[in-house]
Ligand binder design. Structure first.
Ligand SMILES: [Zn+2]
Ligand SMILES: [Zn+2]
Length: 295
């Protein structure tokens, strides 16, 4: 049965026009975001304009928020790359999308056509991957669809998504269709953090049935790694985190064991992990780091 991705909303009357709306703008590195009125241009060829329904904060937003202007950082900028939106209008040459459909913007492009996108072994699109990560504008022509509502100043895009705005414009290769029955506050986590974690266990490490997995750091990505390992049939999933409360939470995602590095005395975490594993099993041990900082 075809998944229902269509919203029960009438066609928009804004197609082809500039939309004025609110966005959280980052004017300078490390400064508080300011919510101001902006202008969002209509989508050009291969582009889709989305009304953002829900967006969440990923640690990469914080990393870029702090970053001094340089090769991958420019201000003013609209951050945000985990979100769920509904298609407001589509540009020329866009096929397979129409207004009212529910969409998950994903910062990693998938053109479905290049050698890397056709391969199960890569997720870095050969045609657009690098441009999508380092650019400040739209994927194909590099220009911005955002203007400051009062001065007309160009506002830069972020990771091809810029979801800290009521409306944004995204290239069609950065969109995945999702059903309308998934709660938006959960679906938006699939846009980056949860996919990263589940994918690390499922695709990158290819965790095997019956194996042991150690996860360093139990934030959103680490917990998603546990979920991916559980789905792949790992029999022992060890979480390592300084916050003891993460064990109870982690059990819901498949954790079977927990190590708090502050309560193991002079032992190293690797020793504790080693002593808890049966050497007769002879199965691979996977270790996955999800921490940004290790103290
Ligand atoms: Zn992210
Ligand atoms: Zn590609």
């Amino acid at each position: 049965m075809e998944k229902n991705t269509q919203e029960a909303t009438p066609p928009t009357t804004t197609a082809g026009k500039i939309i004025r709306c609110k966005a959280a703008i980052c004017r300078n590195p490390g400064e508080a975001l300011v919510v101001e009125e902006i202008e969002v241009e209509p989508p050009k060829a291969w582009e889709v304009r989305l009304k953002i329904l829900c967006t969440s904060l990923c640690h990469s937003d914080v990393t870029f928020w702090k970053m001094k202007p340089g090769a991958v950082s420019a201000f003013p900028r609209i951050l945000g790359h985990e979100a769920v939106g509904v298609v407001e209008s589509v540009g020329e040459k866009v096929e397979g999308w129409r207004e009212g459909e529910r969409a998950l913007p994903v910062f990693a492009p998938d053109c479905e056509d290049c050698r890397d996108c056709r391969s199960a072994k890569s997720n870095m699109c050969a045609s657009f991957g690098r441009r999508g990560m380092v650019g400040f504008g739209m994927l194909r022509d590099g220009t911005s669809r955002f203007r400051d509502g009062s001065t007309g100043e160009v506002l830069h895009h972020f990771l091809g998504v810029s979801s800290f705005s009521e409306y944004t414009v995204v290239d069609v290769v950065n969109l995945v269709k999702i059903g309308v029955d998934i709660p938006v506050d959960k679906a938006c986590l699939l846009s980056c953090g949860v996919s990263t974690g589940v994918g690390a266990a499922w695709k990158a490490a290819e965790v095997e049935e019956g194996s042991t997995v150690a996860i360093f750091g139990l934030g959103a990505v680490g917990l998603a790694v546990a979920e991916g390992a559980r789905m792949r049939g790992a029999s022992k999933i060890i979480g390592v985190d300084l916050n003891a409360d993460k064990f109870e939470l982690g059990k819901q995602f498949g954790l079977t064991d927990f190590i708090n590095p502050t309560t193991i005395g002079d032992k190293r975490v690797s020793e504790v992990i080693g002593s808890s594993i049966s050497t007769e099993m002879g199965l691979p041990i996977f270790t996955l780091h999800t921490m940004h900082e290790i103290h």
